[in-house]
Design a protein around this ligand. Sequence first.
Ligand code: CP
Length: 290
Amino acid sequence: MKGIVNLSDLSLEEINDILDEAIAFKNGKEVNYHYQKVIANLFFEPSTRTHYSFDMAEGNLGCRIQNFEAINSSLKKGETLYDTCKLFESIGCDCLVIRHTDDDYYKQLTGLNIPIINAGDGKGNHPSQSLLDLMTIKEEFGHFEGLKCVIVGDILHSRVAHSNYNVMQRLGMEVYTAGPLEYKQEGYNFVDFDEVIEDMDIVMLLRIQHERHAGDEKFSKENYHRIYGLSHERYERMKDSAIIMHPAPVNRDVEISDDLVESEKSRIFTQMHNGVFVRMAMIHKVLEDE
Ligand code: CP
């Protein structure tokens, strides 16, 4: 099994090459490289952005696409993840894009002979999201070294936080986390959002991952927004040059005020737009390396 399953497997040079290729695609670089290569998208967990932007990226590269429907598949008859993936290899797919609820699911798939692109594993990693976040930051600031980013929310259960915390530090950024104490990640820099907001270049908001933990009966959207959310008052305290990011889906009026989602500092929809180009660059690299 080859592919891109965790950014810690890539050198900084390889990461920057993917970002540069993504920016070149955005600027109109020829794209029809992989005409008739077949990519299967296997989403065992719900997704809107990742699934459909991979689909768009694959189409832009001229690939043929198979979209696996977990709900209508033989999973219900006891088929394992490995056997599902092996089927797609056997029928002639060249690459699998997989999202799964299990952390490190790809460790079960080392017997495959086609590459895997990880579209998110449980609370482990989300490499394509991190790369599109980095592309958005690179476009905005032109560099990574010395930038300060605070990631606010449910850090413990967030694959976006885990991927970004590591890769941003490798790229020389100062990364902080904030949010409810019960969702703090041991070993990460943890701060009070209100004490650092004025000093941050990037405020990255995350939703609470209710689907990954039980016992949220006491959760109050209003309280969360008041204590940790990006309100107008906090927005006014951000640096003029600072930007807001969020992997989405956004819970409006919880982690961010509804009318700040498309505010001047927000890059939330730019992130989604960039996701197509980053995913094109990832697929291009993986198919070229085959
Ligand atoms: N950001 C993200 O992974 O969104 P989806 O779950 O909709 O793919």
